[in-house]
Design a protein around this ligand. Structure first.
Ligand code: C5P
Length: 400
């Protein structure tokens, strides 16, 4: 169950061309089982109809502060008090200015003033307006007051200019909503997470790799970020996009992953190696494409560097966590790896099963600790497993 499930979310929609994108945000919020109440400003209603938002949110859309019927059903104070989160997407220069100045002259600005809930603003406006001294100052004051933001994206704007001002991607706004509402057990921690396979080149065209999709590592990185950690994700080749609000370093080979992880690990509190690092590489990859003709079908292999084992030899105060993908003797193999690599925990899953593990969206794992404790996390989504793993690691490793 996600962090938005069962939450009361007030979504303010103000008057910009991006107002139509609010429909998608309402759908995403509903998909995660949030109860959504939309407040549409008068200028927002010039761009999108209340009926669309009402149909998608499955709640009446509130527009008018002084409407006797809607005010008697659910008034502005009750909306403000019930909210777990107030989001405004798109947020125009006008609503940003009003909130900063303490103006409460319509339903949305009044609810923002009356709420104790966190407020998340996703500005969208013309690039010049966004760069104006008034907007810059308003944003910086609101940031100091603890308002949350998702910066607009750069690109071609509806008005024809190019620059920052386009409403941030819906996925990014949703992720910030999850971050804002998550508890913060990892606040102040720096963590490094590796993900995906590595690819070891035989020649410029061919490589040795494995079936890792990167989904588990990406879930571990996203979850650590939601839990308040500063995260570096080192990923081998995957088709997954960079997760927002954390640092992603893309690598291809085990050697490149070793360099990136070791560098990021220098000031980290924890290194979690989810990556399925290739165990072998071609000894002396060919600089040009190997021709079929005359090839003797033999490739000489050499071992890759073991990143965790190397970190384990000089651990300092860092927590080191491995993942073990096993097909046989899960417990024995996992515990042996934990000892050999000098780890603080190892998370093991059975990759002989087709319903979990490689490429799947789900997983089921056992976490082994050096003191003999074992925690079982039952079958659920990789995001759910990541929450369970981080909470187990936090309780066991960081609170010593
Ligand atoms: O020995 P094995 O590959 O099964 O160990 C799994 C753990 O070790 C994983 O956490 C993996 O990321 C890490 N590993 C590594 N460097 C390697 C091979 C594995 O860090 N070359």
């Amino acid at each position: 169950m996600g962090v938005l499930s069962g939450k009361e979310v007030v979504l303010g929609v103000t008057g910009g061309i991006a107002a139509y994108k609010a429909c998608e945000i309402v759908r995403e919020l509903r998909k995660e089982s949030a109860n959504v109440r939309v407040i549409l400003t008068a200028s927002g209603a010039q761009f999108i109809t209340p009926l669309s938002l009402q149909t998608l949110s499955k709640n009446p859309v509130v527009m008018d502060l002084f409407n006797l019927i809607s005010e008697s059903e659910i008034g502005h104070i009750s909306l403000a008090q019930r909210a777990n989160l107030v989001m405004i997407a798109p947020a125009t220069a006008n609503i940003i200015g009003k909130i900063r100045s303490g103006i409460a002259d319509d339903m949305l600005s009044t609810v923002v003033m009356a709420t104790n809930a966190p407020v998340l603003l996703a500005p969208a406006m013309n690039a010049q307006m966004y760069a104006s001294a008034a907007v810059r100052e308003n944003l910086s004051v609101l940031r100091e007051r603890g308002f949350h933001f998702v910066e607009p994206d750069e690109g071609e704007l509806a008005c024809g200019t190019v620059g920052p001002g386009r409403l941030a991607d819906g996925g990014k706004i949703m992720e910030m909503a999850r971050i804002v509402l998550s508890e913060k057990p990892l606040a102040g921690r720096k963590v490094v997470v590796s993900a995906g396979p590595t690819a070891e080149h035989l020649d410029p065209v061919r490589f040795l790799s494995n079936r890792a999709s990167g989904k588990m590592g990406f879930a571990m990185a996203r979850t650590a970020c939601r839990f308040g950690a500063s995260v570096t994700l080192v990923s081998g080749p995957t088709s997954l996009p960079d997760p927002p609000f954390l640092r992603t370093v893309r690598v291809r080979t085990a050697e490149e992953m070793f360099t990136a992880v070791t560098r990021a690990a220098e000031d980290a509190d924890a290194v979690v190696m989810c990556a399925a690092v290739a165990d072998f590489r071609a000894k002396g990859a060919a600089p040009r494409k190997i021709k079929k003709e005359g090839f003797d079908y033999r490739v000489e292999l050499a071992p890759t560097v073991d990143i965790l084992e190397s970190l384990g030899k000089n651990k300092g105060s860092r927590a080191l966590v491995g993942f073990a993908a096993e097909t046989d003797d899960l417990a024995r193999n996992a515990v042996e790896k934990m000892r050999r690599k000098n780890l603080d925990a190892i998370v093991a899953n059975d990759v002989s099963r087709t319903d979990i593990g490689f490429e799947s969206d789900n997983n089921e794992v056992r976490i082994f600790f050096p003191d003999g404790e074992v925690r079982d996390l039952p079958l659920c989504t990789k995001d759910g497993i990541a929450v369970g793993v981080w909470l187990a690691l936090d309780g066991k490793l960081f609170r010593r």
